[in-house]
Design a protein around this ligand. Sequence first.
Ligand code: OOG
Ligand code: NI
Length: 468
Amino acid sequence: MIDQHFVSPNDIRAKFSLAMSAMYQQEVPLYGDLIELVAETNREVLSKDSTLAHGLQITGEIGRLSMERHGAIRVGTAAELQTLRRLFAVMGMSAVGYYDLTAAGVPVHSTAFRAVHEADLQVSPFRIFTSLLRLELIENVALRELAQRLLDRRCIFTERALELIALHEIQGGLDAEQAQEFVAQALETFRWHRLATVSASEYQQLHNQHRLIADIVAFKGPHINHLTPRTLDIDRVQAAMPERGIPPKAVIEGPPTRHCPILLRQTSFKALEEQVLFIEPDGHQVMGHHTARFGEIEQRGVALTAKGRALYDRLLQAAQDALQVPATEDNAPRYYQLLAEHFQAFPDDYDALRVQQLAWFRYFPTECGLAAKDTVEQNSTLEQLIALDYIRFQPLVYEDFLPVSAAGIFQSNLGGSSHAQYAASSSRTAFEQALGAGVIDELALYQQTQQRSLQACAQALGLHTLEA
Ligand code: OOG
Ligand code: NI
């Protein structure tokens, strides 16, 4: 039994998400401009597209849209990752999904911490893409040892944050005062530090190996490197960014523009060059610069089943193969055209996506269905009830990330040219060992949400069960 006076993890997460957003707005003012642009775009889209507005009302997503954002961080050790797992657990967030980015030349593997139940996501859909550096991929032994030493001697959490995490584990929750303190203390881990922990020459060595390694190893902690608001029309935002003095990356990652958006489309503005201070062996500080922090916007569409995802992966790969070279500003129109052509093979209508079991949906009883409750045939099928307009359906939004897109976002912020080759194989088991827990399979979560909505329909209509 959870003690009554404990604050709900959902509320802690919502407060933390807000605090993070306020901090990042102060740190990176362009992020504030981006939020304004997204809010304006969403207002316009909602006022023009009543079907979309109505759909978001049915699912309740309309209520979470303006507070919806994801962030990203990168850590260096298993111990850091494990404590992060415990820290995010205080806010009701679990590790969902495994993303291997080494295949794309980025020496990290990742997960996303997020809430898992639709009711909790509704209160706060805040997610954090969390990457762990794969130190073993640094071939230069001396450099690897330097990185290890630097990581071993830092502690990225405040003492009080660690105490509150432990208290949460012992008590099973935090009271209002502790929760408030926890938010403030946890936030410290993700703050930007201008003062590096290395000398200019050490930084240069780490940076030469891989810019990402310098970003992860040379600072006091895993500064939040972007926060991403959710837009309802990413093409509009991409077009409006330059007018606001926000330079977008060359192409939007993910699927092409569609009537029925699938998965996730993302774009970003390039990382800022920021002044930092290096600390020399004699203790004095020298000025330098570092680029790591950027801004990103995303549009979320319906979550795909394994079958839908396989089709997506195949079509995306085919479009990229047809382009033959990486997508750039110059070939962007051609890339979009190829994408659109290849994705002709992906049904662009919710009913087709549903009937062909390419995507996940939530089902809701209609007024008319509720009114007919006492006369509904016990062995009616879902399709019959939909045809009778007793049940309607809405797309289940994708809550996760895409490894190819994530690699594209990483690359655009690493200057594009650094496509390192790593022979290492994907290692979900090693990641889970470092995390100290398994990662949850996201497909199982979508399936459960869909199933719960069917169960709720069955109950509302007085049926024993209902199957998709
Ligand atoms: C994470 C990049 C991936 C996304 O939205 O796919 C990402 C990073 O740069 O640390 O945030
Ligand atoms: Ni992101």
